[in-house]
Design a binder for this molecule. Structure first.
Ligand code: HEM
Length: 473
């Protein structure tokens, strides 16, 4: 999930206790590893890097930003399993990996050499400096350990009923016979799940206050993120408005945290926030930062993976019928396989990143300190050596006696940074598939495959996954 970015330090900006102040004010304690800069590389170091294109960095960056699904397979074909790209800002050297055994060397490598948080520091402006996503080493492990109990099997089973209820309610009144963008519906549903199951807010008045705020906070985009690099921008309307919304959301989150701490029924509550309070020792700011992290990491990703799953199913009436039968009989294994094959065929996050804090050997190359290594999830998932006929959507790959090796299926990344919400999103996916498939026949507006479009770090259906539904006979 890494969108590597250079350091940013600037003057205090006077935004109260907003994370923009905490991060832009330069209080973030992480010691940065200088990026390996392609513009100043000596010849010997450059010769030791894997091969890659010689195009201008701006060109490589522009294609990477918008068309990496097109670019990476071509570079792999031309330069082999390991190749180097050079990206602005900073002229950073990025070594892309496409083979499971090479990627394993990264996921299983030492956390003090392979930093993830460093590449995400720009997110501190929104998620806060305690966010799991921006921490590394001991701070990361400590925070992750505190969060884990709320994402284990038993906790997940505790969330399942409420997720099922929300999925049923959100899909009960879909428009019949009129095309609509299923991705938008999935976004609204996954937001509701975060509000009620993760934040634990069920009071209708509070929900009505929260919905528009979270809906706008999650619509963060690269333009808003520029404010983290150029604090002077924060005075102007788009940034000022965004910070205003975020401050309002924070006020409600801090209120909720305080109320939950005082709640006599805390031990009986089963939402994520209550479980975190039961299991760990937290400051209010730490909790706020993790809640915003879970919101931003878990909302668009899960909505997108569901939109892709329905896109694939809707175009394959044979599979749709099988999936409906599985939903009717409660065959969770088949629904789970649909979710997994969908994440294989249409990975929501195409690549992850690690920044080397010391020289490190990967794929037979000794890469210098400051290099970004990038396991390319999308390349592994589209490799015919890993998946015969990779363009075919075949849930059966994930059923039967020959399970897919864990190192070949990596939609959630891996190692100590593997997605914390992987089990949660698979459970949510199964419940949403069940709710829709029990009720509707689904067909696409157009039968041709929908292209993917880059939206921040995700690859979303370019036309929003337009479908038509009709009640099942
Ligand atoms: C289909 C849905 C999802 C996908 C595809 C996805 C994918 C990912 C990926 C690729 C990473 C980075 C892993 C790495 O660097 O090795 C990640 C990290 C993370 N995800 Fe997810 N995610 C999904 C849903 C969720 C949900 C529902 C939540 C929480 C409710 C969540 C919370 C997180 C967190 C907190 C991290 C940071 C973990 C760490 O740094 O230790 N994700 N996710």
């Amino acid at each position: 999930m890494s969108d590597d970015t250079p350091g940013h330090k600037g003057p205090m900006n006077g935004y109260g206790c907003s994370p923009w102040r905490r991060s832009v004010g330069g209080v973030t304690p992480i010691e940065r590893t200088p990026l390996l800069d392609a513009r100043t590389l000596d010849r010997e170091t450059a010769r030791g890097l894997p091969p890659g294109p010689r195009w201008p960095m701006a060109v490589q960056t522009a294609i990477f930003a918008n068309h990496r699904k097109w670019l990476f397979p071509r570079l792999r074909q031309r330069y082999g399993d390991v190749f180097t790209v050079r990206l602005v800002p900073g002229g950073r050297v990025v070594v892309v990996l496409s083979r499971p055994d090479h990627i394993r060397e990264v996921f299983a490598g030492p956390a003090n050499v392979l930093h993830t948080g460093e590449g995400n520091t720009v997110l501190a402006a929104i998620m806060g400096e305690n966010s799991l996503l921006i921490l590394d080493e001991d701070d990361h492990l400590r925070m992750r350990k505190q969060l884990m109990p709320a994402f284990h099997g038993q906790a997940l089973r505790g969330y399942q009923n409420l997720v099922a209820e929300l999925a049923d309610a959100a899909t009960a009144d879909w428009p019949v016979g009129i095309p609509f963008r299923l991705h938008d519906r999935m976004r609204a549903l996954t937001l509701e799940v975060i509000l009620q199951v993760v934040f634990g807010v069920t009071d209708e008045h509070r929900l009505a206050e929260l919905r528009p705020l979270v809906g706008r906070v999650v619509r963060v985009n690269p333009v808003i993120m520029l404010g983290a690099f150029y604090p002077r921008l924060l005075r102007y309307p788009p940034w000022r408005r965004y910070i205003g919304i975020q401050t309002e959301l924070d006020r409600i989150l801090y209120d909720e945290i305080a109320a939950r701490r005082d709640n006599a029924d805390l031990a009986e509550r089963t939402d994520v926030l209550s479980r975190l309070l039961q299991a760990g020792t937290w400051t209010d700011a730490e909790l706020r930062d993790q809640l915003v992290t879970l919101l931003l990491a878990g909302h668009e990703t899960t909505a997108t993976s569901l939109a892709w799953a329905f896109h694939e199913l809707a175009r394959r009436p044979d599979l749709l019928r099988k999936a409906q039968a599985a939903a009717d009989t409660g065959d969770h294994a088949y629904l789970d396989a649909i979710g997994k094959e969908s994440l294989r065929r249409r990975p929501v996050i195409y690549q992850v990143g690690r920044r080397l804090t010391a020289s490190y050997q990967v794929a037979g190359y000794t890469l210098p300190r400051g290099t970004t290594v990038m396991p390319a999830i999308g390349l592994v998932h589209a490799d015919p050596e890993q998946y015969p006929d990779p363009d075919d959507f075949r849930p059966e790959r994930f059923l039967g006696d020959h399970p897919v090796p864990p190192s070949s299926w990596i939609p959630f990344g891996g190692g100590t940074r593997r997605c914390l919400g992987a089990g949660f999103s698979l459970m949510e996916g199964t419940e949403v598939l069940r709710a829709v498939l029990c009720r509707y026949d689904v067909r696409p507006r157009r039968y041709e495959p929908e292209p993917a479009r880059a939206l921040n770090v995700t690859q979303v259906p370019a036309r929003g996954c337009e479908v038509l539904v009709s009640p099942r006979r």
